[in-house]
Design a protein around this ligand. Structure first.
Ligand code: TYM
Length: 347
């Protein structure tokens, strides 16, 4: 039986990359799963333990994280995640189970493999005295997140594919080590015809659009106002060919990123987008067109966010139910893991 599972970190506002690479596919998967009897189980989580790999300091830290966790739930609902169709849970709300499996997998995870993870190489810093175990072990916790639900399908953006490879490696290693077949090997799912699985920075199309970018002009947040969206698209880095607009990611990365965003949001092939922009003869018209598409596509998200973000009672009830439902599934799976490993509590 299929289980779809994915997570997002509650660190900062959700941007177009998160939306196109993950949250919109999450919604369509949830809707398709609900449409068939006996369809896959769907679980979406908020990775609040992963958020601690970049810990905030001091007395204000708790309030900041609490606000970010609340915003993350509101954003998921705003992006169309429906608690009737998908379980919405916190990593920390499934008490002890993600972290217990994390430990089991850590005991099988080769340091050399973790040392090659690109995210670690990008973020480690370089001063060994300051490098932290949590950041190094990040992908092992992610593998545990997935495997604790024995998930079969994981919808994520392109930047997570190396972590999914590690997850399959650890699942196989666990199965082989204990000579069992407990864990399925989870598949990476890309949706939207592949458009939007790697949305790039508006100001530097060589880089991905990223929450950790210091430059607010480089990303469009799903909660941005129409004016903010228009201003950001107008300033997006493009090129000097200003009388025709076509998809050429190597030669025209900026323009191609904008076209890719449009194709992703409209869920149409690139040829359709190219035809739609064929009559536009300058950057004012082209960027105006792109901005209009984004403003309209994000309108329902903006409106729902305004409604949900202040309804803490509703948000609370969603996660209370979601945490309980997720815990039930994870606890059953962890019972099986403990059996296999030899940690059963009966003498
Ligand atoms: P996070 O919070 O960085 O991102 C959430 C999702 O958004 C996707 N994404 C993008 N997709 C396209 N273009 C972009 N520019 C872009 N930026 C981000 C990510 O691929 C992701 O799908 N490690 C994960 C969270 C996590 C997780 C898990 C995911 C923790 N445990 C278990 C799946 C399963 C992360 O940091 O995602």
């Amino acid at each position: 039986d299929a289980t779809v599972f994915s997570m997002i970190q509650p660190t900062g506002t959700v941007h177009l990359g998160n939306y196109l690479g993950a949250l919109r596919p999450w919604q369509s998967i949830q809707d398709r799963a609900a449409a068939v009897a006996g369809g896959p189980r769907v679980i979406y989580g908020i990775a609040d333990l992963h958020a601690l790999t970049v810990p905030k300091r001091g007395r204000a830290a708790a309030a900041t994280l609490a606000a970010q966790r609340r915003e993350a739930v509101a954003t998921l609902l705003a992006c169309g995640i429906d608690p009737e169709r998908a379980t919405v849970a916190f990593q920390s709300g499934v008490a002890g189970l993600h972290t217990e499996l994390f430990w089991q997998l850590s005991c099988l995870a080769p340091m050399g493999y973790l040392n090659r993870m690109t995210q670690w190489k990008d973020k480690r810093g370089g001063d060994p005295a300051r490098e932290r175990l949590g950041l190094f072990a990040y992908p092992v916790l992610m593998a545990a997140d997935i495997l604790v639900y024995r998930a079969t399908h994981v919808p994520v953006g392109d930047d997570q594919s190396q972590h999914l490879e590690l997850t399959r490696y650890l699942a196989e290693r666990f199965n082989a080590w204990y000579d069992c077949d407990l864990f399925p090997l989870p598949q990476t799912l890309y949706c939207g015809g592949g458009h939007g699985k790697k949305v790039r920075s508006l100001t530097d199309p060589q880089r991905k659009m990223s929450k950790s970018s210091g430059d607010a002009m480089s990303l469009v947040y799903v909660t941005d106002s129409p004016e903010q969206i228009r201003a950001k698209v107008r300033k997006a880095r493009t090129d000097s060919i200003s009388d025709s607009f076509y998809f050429d990611p190597e030669g025209r990365p900026g323009v191609s990123n904008l076209l890719d965003i449009v194709a992703g949001l409209q869920e149409v092939p690139m040829a359709t987008v190219e035809r739609d922009v064929a009559g536009l003869r300058d950057y004012g018209a082209f960027k105006g067109y792109v901005a209009d598409v984004i403003v309209e596509a994000l309108r329902p998200v903006r409106e729902r966010y305004a409604r949900y973000s202040t309804d803490t009672q509703y948000l609370q009830s969603v996660v209370d139910q979601g945490n309980a439902a997720a815990t039930e599934i994870a606890a059953e799976n962890m019972r099986r893991v403990r059996d296999v490993v030899g940690l059963t509590q009966s003498m």
